[in-house]
Design a binder for this molecule. Structure first.
Ligand code: ADP
Ligand code: MG
Length: 322
């Protein structure tokens, strides 16, 4: 398990860049790529080209904490970070895991997605970061989802990036704040903003693991190579325990060769780091956001809800969550 969760190596980073370059220099879309002639919708093979298998039903937990902290990171916007954060949390909570969600994006989409009005918040993650006298417990709120709490954010957080620059140990501020609640939760998921700035570095410094949500489009692959470099640096200088838990392919469309090629390249570059669970493109996710609910409750039997339950089981079986 330790082996499987080790950081993505330099060699893998080079492979992903080469893969993209090879694709871009070929006739876009017309190239026949190994593995893609297979009917990947076939019942035996999953979309990642590995045989589809069931993950075990997670055993109930008899006690809670200390939490495993996972940063959901990709410096690109619109790749499914916030959607995956909410729905993975809701799925983990269905298995009895206590989850704290940290909204670490000044846009506050995670907070809004759970029904919070960003303008009506007294205390947010911003106050917790900037004022040590603020007790994180006073900023954390319950959500409509059982076992899921939220440390919300709003536009105030956009000032933190600049203000933190003058702090001592400025990369460790979130880590320090989360320490006092780590025994209350089994998993902390941090929904990062689309940048690799100081806030994201704080998230990576506080984290045990990183999940990289990645939209199934070719342009998205290059961003991952850069991200992996940042993760390497943080692991080297600030947080030796940090590891990549997995790359999550999102907005997958089985009907397009393009989606399937992206996954083939991802697996070529990142191997078993790519979650076998793949999230299909579906309008239901946007509908659930409008309803300010996770898809697991908004459309409990929908394939999208099932996919996030499967992801939760896969993560637990990999040792990425208790
Ligand atoms: N699997 C999916 N299928 C279709 N739309 C999705 C899916 N996942 C997310 N979306 C939509 O894509 C948009 C961006 O997703 P979001 O999770 O906010 O990305 P990020 O947090 O990376 O910016 C949102 O409108 C969301 O509803
Ligand atoms: Mg987001």
């Amino acid at each position: 398990m330790e082996e499987a969760l080790k950081l993505i190596s330099q060699r893998q980073k080079i492979t992903v860049i080469e893969s993209v370059d090879r694709y871009v220099s070929s006739e876009r879309g017309s190239a026949t790529l190994e593995g893609t002639e297979l009917d990947l919708d076939d019942a035996i093979m999953g979309p990642t080209g590995r045989p589809l298998r069931e993950f075990p039903e997670p055993a109930p937990l008899s006690s809670h904490g200390p939490a495993r902290v996972i940063a959901m990171v990709n410096q690109k916007g619109g790749v499914g970070k916030t959607t995956s954060t909410i729905n993975l949390a809701a799925a983990l909570a269905e298995y009895g895991r206590r989850v704290l969600l940290v909204d670490f994006d000044p846009q506050g989409a995670l907070s809004a997605g759970l029904g919070t009005n960003p303008h009506e918040l007294d205390l947010t993650v911003y106050n917790v970061l900037m004022d040590r006298k603020v007790d994180i417990r006073h900023a954390i709120q319950g959500t409509g989802v059982e076992n899921v709490d939220l440390l919300p954010a709003n536009i105030d957080l956009s000032a933190a990036e600049v203000q933190l620059v003058n702090e001592v140990a400025r990369e460790q501020v979130l880590d320090r704040a989360l320490k006092s609640v780590e025994d209350d939760y089994d998993v902390v998921l941090i929904d990062c903003q689309p940048s690799l700035g100081l806030l994201t570095v704080n998230a990576l410094t506080a984290a045990h693991g990183v999940i990289i949500p990645l939209i199934c489009e070719f342009f998205a692959l290059r961003a991952v190579a850069l991200l992996v470099e940042t993760i390497d640096k943080v692991q080297d200088r600030l947080n030796p325990r940090l590891q990549v838990d997995g790359v999550l392919a999102t907005m997958y469309d089985a009907r397009t060769l393009h989606s399937r090629e992206v996954i083939a390249r991802l697996v070529e570059a990142f191997g078993d780091k790519v979650f076998e669970t793949v999230i299909k493109r579906s309008i239901k996710f946007a509908d659930a956001t409008v309803a300010a609910e996770p898809i697991t409750s908004y459309a409990s039997t929908h394939v999208g809800a099932e996919a996030y339950r499967r992801l939760a089981k896969e993560l637990i079986s990999r040792g990425g969550a208790p």
